[in-house]
Write a protein that binds this ligand. Structure first.
Ligand code: ATP
Ligand code: MG
Length: 796
């Protein structure tokens, strides 16, 4: 290719180069972890811009997290002088939000619409269910939430869903009522952001045609985790499918993915989108990248061997030219507490060896595991940062502050109203609030507007609250975002409230941090950039500055002509923009900025990232693989993909640890080490603790043959029947049964009763004396391991 000499194309291997410089058209890049998929996408954008094939406004790039979007923008900005902020690079949610902000009127939303996060959504649903006297035993709010979210992920409105039972009918009705409530209150949830923009594109020809003309190049990272609706949205924007058939004049869509890293099936992700894409978009170009640039071969071999146990794979290879590197270190501890302690020691040693803490990641399968780790790090004064989990913006005190701020923007936001109407306490009781809700419902008004309808003491307290909000709104006109927040914190009584609270110091600090967050949002981010439509003039200038021919129209039709309500230049108020940011941002950068900190996150949150050193903790049966997934093969395969993602995050050093006991949900559990250990190549592992320590004492049934020697040469160990046996041979119990006669009198398949978990069946027994434990399959609580010296089990 004539452009092969361009500096930005150096350091690409031939397959990567081919992918970066593909001619316009649809293509799928299917490749394993660390093979440079994301790098190819980013470089392709740079290449398209630099060779003048497209203007910055003509690119739509979808990433999986905000962090990834920022990363992409940073890399792009480093490659060429372009104003990346103006470009449409972001997550599906972020991009849809931006789109709806520009077309709020056409989308049927108020200009100040606010975003409900998952927590808010749940409380909105609970409120609704209470209002309509829905039996929450029969229809748990969480389940309703899943139903609604699931429907939206499939692009379905209540009227599109067919009721097959009485329960279905009720759920659909709740969905309908929930929608009406959201509409009345001017709020949208995450699924709605996506669905609303999809529907607007589908139903509004000029808008759709405009965007179809504009986004000549659509690039999607982590395509394996897109859901049905996201795929439909891409289809809509590409213009490639007209009335169900492929239309060659459409935009170029490049999808990049790895079926082995599909880990969001529980949220509606469909790996099948890859096959659909190839078929529906008439994809002729499929590129495989087979060289891994991230990890040493001990790490990569481990990942490859593990994922080799999955049966549902598209199949691809991954090799590295880096040497074996260090072995994968395996550590067994006696308790979760000891595990965390060991890790902290190891982390300190790594830090002494000169490794940045930000290059060390601690990964876990479930959020609940982070507490013990955090405590250990905290006690040892090791700085750390937790990603995901309880995000900064989800903490109670922050939520309270944001609720006041949201009411300033949108008085009809009843969720926010209810959150703070009596917080800090101002003598407004549950009864008064119920009366208010009744009155509001009867009149079809928001709670704010209905306050005047109530008399008596309740009425006057409520009126005082509303007056406070209205006065605050007046007072905050024309002052800076920082001043607005300070004023609100002060006048709402939040500061005073937490000052009086003996345990409030942390919360006050967080409220302070909110002010800082707002400040840095305004100064660094350039508020509203994420939330408004494309600043056309800026783009034109930046395109011109890099020698792109701007005599060609950046947009074929000016946005303003086409949709008069689209605010092309006008930005949101700083407050509105900040509130949007608070709802969409994962809060990642809220931890004390600039400090070199160990990175803590779930495996899900680690997708796409890389670190020099990675700890994967809690490698135990029931935890990883997760107990909910052990009984069916598809979920077990998803757990294995999750483990594959975890392993492949490491560049140089990988630790796997498991613990014999662990406190979980208030009880000590005795855990077997994860079956995944048996799927890793012995030659790549180094056991820091004796390989067989621990479970031998429980009778040893499971840890004998094939693994005792450690050097038996069996690549995968044979503890579970050896070799490459399909995973389902493990069965759901996963633990071979001990044959020696136990002293506790229980036997396999006996029916037992437990005070907390109810009735169950004994599925496995291990150990004796104080170490005796039983695996019970409870009819309502699933499979659990219980220590017989502690658990009160009665035979039935
Ligand atoms: P994942 O599947 O985990 O998302 P990926 O396929 O997106 O991984 P990247 O993150 O793009 O992989 O790349 C992995 C690492 O390899 C990065 O540090 C990247 O800079 C580096 N890399 C990719 N290609 C090359 C190359 N040709 N030469 C040197 N380094 C490369
Ligand atoms: Mg990637």
């Amino acid at each position: 290719a004539p452009q092969a000499g361009l500096p930005l194309l150096q350091n690409l291997n031939p397959e990567q180069l081919a992918a970066v410089t593909l001619p316009a058209g649809n293509a799928l890049i299917l490749a394993g972890a660390g093979s440079g998929k994301t790098r190819v996408l980013t470089t392709r954008i740079a290449w398209l811009l630099q060779t003048g094939q497209v203007s910055p406004g003509g690119i739509l790039a979808v990433t999986f997290t905000n962090k990834a979007a920022k990363e992409m923008m940073t890399r792009l900005a480093a490659m060429l002088p372009v104003n990346v902020r103006g470009m449409w690079i972001g997550t599906f949610h972020g991009l849809c939000n931006r789109f709806l902000r520009a077309h709020w009127k056409l989308a049927g939303l108020p200009s100040t619409f606010q975003i409900l996060d998952t927590q808010d959504q749940l409380s909105a649903i609970k409120r609704l269910m209470k209002q309509f006297n829905v039996d929450d035993e029969r229809f748990p709010a969480k389940q309703t939430q899943w139903f609604i979210a699931g429907a939206k992920e499939d692009g379905l409105r209540p009227r599109d869903i067919e009721a097959r039972s009485e329960d279905d009918r009720k759920k659909i009705e709740l969905y309908q009522l929930y929608e009406e409530q959201c509409q009345r209150e001017g709020v949208v949830d995450f699924g709605e952001l996506m669905l609303r923009s999809y529907e607007l594109l589908r139903d509004n020809d000029p808008v759709r045609e405009h965007y179809q003309r504009r986004f000549r190049h659509i690039l999607i990272d982590e395509f394996q985790d897109t859901n049905r609706l996201q795929y439909a949205w891409i289809k809509m924007l590409s213009g490639a499918i007209v009335e169900g058939t492929f239309h060659p004049g459409g935009n170029s869509v490049i999808a990049v993915g790895d079926d082995d890293q599909s880990i969001y099936a529980f949220r509606g992700a469909r790996v099948g989108n890859m096959a659909d894409f190839v078929r529906e978009f008439d994809v002729r170009q499929q590129i495989k990248l087979e060289q891994n640039y991230r990890s040493y071969s001990n790490i990569l071999d481990s990942a490859n061997a593990l994922i080799g146990h999955n049966t549902k794979r598209l199949g691809k290879n991954l090799r590295t030219e880096q040497g074996p590197g260090e072995p994968v270190r395996v550590y067994e501890s006696t308790s979760d507490f000891a595990e965390a302690q060991w890790m902290v020691d190891e982390i300190r040693q790594l830090a002494r060896d000169g490794i940045d803490r930000s290059e060390m990641a601690v990964l876990y399968r479930s959020n609940a595991q982070s507490r013990v780790i955090e405590t250990a790090l905290f006690n040892a004064s090791v700085p750390y940062r937790v990603y995901g989990g309880l995000r900064f913006f989800e903490r109670a005190e922050i939520k309270h502050a944001l609720a006041y701020l949201r009411l300033l923007e949108n008085k009809d936001d009843d969720t926010s109203f209810l959150r703070v109407v009596n917080f800090p306490p101002r003598g407004i009781g549950a009864r008064s609030i119920e009366q208010l809700q009744d009155a509001a419902r009867a009149r079809g008004q928001s709670l704010h507007d209905a306050v005047g309808l109530l008399g008596g003491k309740a009425g006057s307290n409520l009126s005082a609250f509303v007056a406070k909000i209205d006065v605050l709104r007046e007072q905050t006109q024309g002052i800076s975002l920082r001043e607005i927040i300070e004023l609100v914190l002060d006048h709402s009584g939040l500061i005073e409230h937490y000052k009086a609270d003996r345990e409030g110091a942390d919360r006050l600090e967080n409220l302070d941090e909110l002010v800082n967050a707002a400040e840095s949002f305004v100064t660094q981010e350039g508020f509203g950039r994420d939330a408004v439509a494309l600043p056309v003039d800026e783009l034109r200038q930046s395109a011109a500055s890099q020698g792109i021919d701007t005599s060609r129209p950046l947009l074929d039709i000016p946005l303003a002509d086409l949709a008069p309500d689209a605010d092309t230049g006008e930005t949101l108020s700083p407050l509105a923009a900040f509130l949007t940011h608070a709802a969409l941002e994962s809060g990642d950068n809220q931890a004390k900025a600039g400090q070199d900190a160990v990175q803590l996150m779930t495996v899900h949150a680690a997708k796409g990232l890389e670190f020099d050193c990675v700890f994967i903790t809690g490698m135990e049966e029931g935890l990883f693989p997760h107990e909910n997934s052990m009984s069916d093969r598809d979920s077990l395969e998803e757990e294995r993909r999750l483990m594959y993602v975890a392993i492949t995050r490491a560049r140089k050093r990988l630790y796997l640890s498991h613990s014999q006991t662990r406190m979980l949900h208030g009880q000590t559990r005795y855990n077997l080490k994860s079956r995944f250990f048996d799927e890793l190549p012995d030659s790549a592992l180094k056991w820091l603790t004796p390989k067989n320590q621990g479970f031998g004492q429980f009778g040893g049934g499971m840890t004998s043959a094939g693994r005792a020697g450690g050097s038996s040469g069996s690549r995968f160990g044979s503890g579970y029947g050896g070799g490459n046996r399909a995973p389902e041979t493990y069965g759901s119990g996963a633990v071979p049964i001990q044959k020696a006669a136990p002293a506790h009198g229980l036997r396999i398949s006996q029916q037992v009763f437990h005070n907390k978990f109810g009735e169950g069946t004994v599925t496995a027994l291990e150990g004796s004396g104080d170490d005796a434990r039983a695996q019970i399959k409870f009819s309502r609580h699933g499979i659990k391991w219980l220590a017989l010296s502690v658990a009160k089990l009665t035979p039935v």
